[in-house]
Design a protein around this ligand. Structure first.
Ligand code: NG6
Ligand code: CA
Length: 505
C-alpha cells in the first residue's frame, strides 16, 4: 500500500470512527429519554375530554397529551382493580399468576418478590434514576410491620431509588405519607398501630362515634375515622403524621416536581401514581364545584390541573423533549364506591365508561379498558391508534427502546405501537377482574362461564358473571350487547384453547 493510500484508509477509518461516535452519542441521547408515567386511580374510559367526557368535565391537560401524542382506543390495564393492575405494570407479569395480587389491606406485606426483575429495576440497570410518588398498594414489610421503624420491604427494595407514597389507598389506614420507608412527621412518643381485624380498645369508629363522621359511608368504610372521613381498617396513634386529605394532590405534586428538578440532568423514571378519582374524593376546595358533578368530577379536574403542572415543570426544567410521557389508569370507573359523595346524583349526562359495559371490578370491557396515551415532544406524531396495548407491556417495550434485553413471558414488545410508528399491538390478552379472567383475541372477547351475581349491587356495576359462555365482537359491538357464543361455536372453542394455553388450566 502506498503512503497516500494508507493515509486515505486511515482518514476514512478516522472519519468512520468519528461519525460513529457522533451517531452513537445522538442515538444514546435519543434512546434514553426520561420516562414519566402518570397513573390515575379509577379513571374510566370515558372520563376525559379526548375520550368523550361530558363537556363540563374539562380535562385540557389530559387532552393535550391525547391530541399531541398517541391516543389508544384499545389500551388496557391488566386488571379491573388496583393491586393486580399495579402488579402487572411493575413486574410485566400477569397478576393472576400471583395469588396474592388482590385488593390489599393497608397492613399487607409486599407482594413483589424482591429478587424478580421489575420495570424500575430494569431502568436502574440501564442507568436511570427511579422514583415513585403517590399511591403504592402493593404491600409493605414482611407481615410483621412496625410502622414506627424504617420499612424494610417496599418500593425501595424492588427497584425504586426513591419513594414518597401512601401505603395502600386513601380510604385505608394508615393515613400517613411514607418517605423512603419512614412515616413522615411521626412522633415516636405517639406510635402508630394498625389492625385490619379488630379495633384498639377505646378507639372511636364510625359506628361507635357517628358524630365524628363528615363524609358519610355507604358500604364498608366504617372503621377508624380520620379527618372526619371513616376508613377501612383500624389505626391508633400517629396523630402528628396523619395526612390532610384535601392537600393530598398538592402534596404529591410538590414531591413529583422536586423529583424532576433533582434528576433533570440524568435519565430518570418517575412513576407518578395519583390518587384521583378514587374514594374518598377530596379535591382541594379551590376545585369545588368546577365540574358541576360533585367531588368525583372535581377530583378529575384537580388531577388534570396537576398533570398540567408537572408538564410545565418538564418544560421549565428543559427536559420536555427528552421525556416520554405515558398516561393511563389502573382500572375502570365506579361511582358509589362506599361513600355518599353525590357521584351518582350529580352525574348528569356524563358517561364514565364511555360506550363500554361494566366498570371497576368487571370482566366487561370498562373494567380494564382505560385511557392510554403516549406523548413525547418532537418524537411522537399525533395519532389515534387501535392497536391493543397493555400496561404490562411497558416493561419489555421500554427495555427495547433504551437498549435493554429485559423481557418476561407476559410483557410484549409493543414499542412501535407506543411510539405510533406501527398499528400492530398485541394479538391476545388475558384480562382479570376480582380473580376471574377473560380473553381478548383480535376483535373478540371471550368470558368463560362464571357463577355468582351478575351485578355488584352496592356499586351498581355488572361484573360479567354469567352461567353461559359469552363471546363478543367488540369492534362491532363495543358495548357488549350481543352474546355471539351460540352463533360462533368454533370461535369459542378455538379461543378457549388459546386462552387455556396461556392460563394453564
Ligand atoms: C374495596 C372498597 C373500595 C375500594 C376498593 C379498592 C369496600 C366496601 N370497598 O374493597 O372502596 O377501596 O376496595 O379500590 O371496602 S382499588 O382501586 O384500590 O382497587
Ligand atoms: Ca383503582
Amino acid at each position: 500500500m502506498t503512503m497516500n493510500k494508507l493515509l486515505l484508509v486511515v482518514a476514512l477509518f478516522m472519519s468512520m470512527v468519528g461519525c460513529n461516535s457522533v451517531k452513537q452519542e445522538t442515538t444514546s441521547a435519543q434512546v434514553k429519554p426520561n420516562i414519566l408515567l402518570i397513573y390515575l386511580d379509577d379513571l374510566g374510559y370515558g372520563d376525559m375530554g379526548a375520550y368523550g367526557a361530558a363537556t363540563n368535565l374539562k380535562t385540557p391537560n389530559m387532552d393535550f397529551l391525547a391530541d399531541n401524542g398517541v391516543q389508544f382506543s384499545n389500551g388496557y390495564a391488566t386488571s379491573a382493580t388496583c393491586t393486580p393492575s399495579r402488579f402487572g405494570l411493575i413486574t410485566g407479569t400477569y397478576p393472576w399468576r400471583n395469588a396474592k395480587a388482590k385488593i390489599l389491606p393497608g397492613s399487607a406485606p409486599l407482594i413483589i418478590d424482591t429478587e424478580v426483575m421489575t420495570l424500575p429495576k430494569m431502568l436502574k440497570k440501564e442507568g436511570y434514576a427511579t422514583g415513585v410518588v403517590g399511591k403504592w398498594h402493593l404491600g409493605l414489610g414482611d407481615g410483621n410491620m412496625d410502622w414506627n421503624k424504617t420499612i424494610q420491604r417496599g418500593p425501595n427494595q424492588i427497584g425504586f431509588d426513591e419513594s414518597y407514597i401512601m401505603a395502600a389507598t386513601q380510604d385505608r389506614v394508615p393515613t400517613v405519607y411514607i418517605d423512603n420507608g419512614d412515616v413522615v412527621g411521626l412522633d415516636l412518643n405517639d406510635p402508630i398501630q394498625v389492625n385490619y381485624k379488630e379495633n384498639f380498645e377505646g378507639e372511636p369508629t364510625a359506628i361507635s362515634n357517628p358524630e365524628l363522621v363528615k363524609m358519610k359511608w355507604h358500604h364498608g368504610h366504617n372503621n377508624s375515622v380520620v379527618n372526619g372521613i371513616p376508613r377501612i381498617g383500624f389505626m391508633k396513634g400517629g396523630e402528628s403524621a396523619k395526612w390532610n386529605d384535601y392537600d393530598m394532590a398538592d402534596h404529591f405534586l410538590v414531591k413529583a416536581k422536586e423529583y424532576v428538578k433533582k434528576h433533570k440532568d440524568e435519565p430518570f423514571f418517575l412513576y407518578y401514581a395519583m390518587q384521583q378519582p378514587h374514594v374518598p374524593r377530596t379535591p382541594h376546595p379551590r376545585f369545588e364545584g368546577k365540574s358541576g358533578m360533585g367531588p368525583r368530577g372535581d377530583a378529575i379536574i384537580e388531577a388534570d390541573w396537576c398533570i398540567g403542572e408537572i408538564m410545565k415543570t418538564l418544560k421549565e426544567e428543559g427536559v420536555l423533549d427528552n421525556t416520554l410521557v405515558i398516561f393511563s389508569s389502573d382500572n375502570g370507573p365506579v361511582l358509589n364506591d362506599g361513600y355518599y359523595d353525590d357521584a351518582v346524583e350529580k352525574l348528569g349526562d356524563h358517561k364514565p365508561t364511555g360506550v363500554l359495559r361494566g366498570g371497576k371490578y368487571s370482566l366487561f370491557e370498562a373494567g380494564t379498558r382505560v385511557p392510554f396515551l403516549t406523548y413525547w415532544k418532537g418524537h411522537i406524531s399525533p395519532k389515534k391508534s387501535d392497536a391493543i396495548v397493555c400496561q404490562m407491556d411497558l416493561m419489555t417495550s421500554i427495555a427495547s427502546l433504551i437498549g435493554s434485553d429485559v423481557t418476561t413471558n407476559d410483557s410484549q414488545n409493543v414499542i412501535d405501537a407506543l411510539l405510533g410508528t406501527s398499528d400492530k399491538g398485541r394479538e391476545e390478552l388475558v384480562l382479570e377482574a376480582t380473580s376471574r379472567t377473560a380473553f381478548r383475541q383480535g376483535d373478540w372477547l371471550l368470558i368463560p362461564s362464571y357463577k355468582g351475581p351478575a351485578e355488584l349491587k352496592k356499586v351498581a356495576i355488572e361484573i360479567g358473571n354469567d352461567p353461559e359462555v359469552q363471546l363478543y365482537n367488540i369492534k362491532e359491538d363495543p358495548s357488549q350487547q350481543n352474546n355471539l357464543a351460540k352463533v360462533h361455536k368454533d370461535k369459542v372453542s378455538q379461543m378457549m384453547t388459546a386462552f387455556t394455553a396461556i392460563r394453564g388450566n
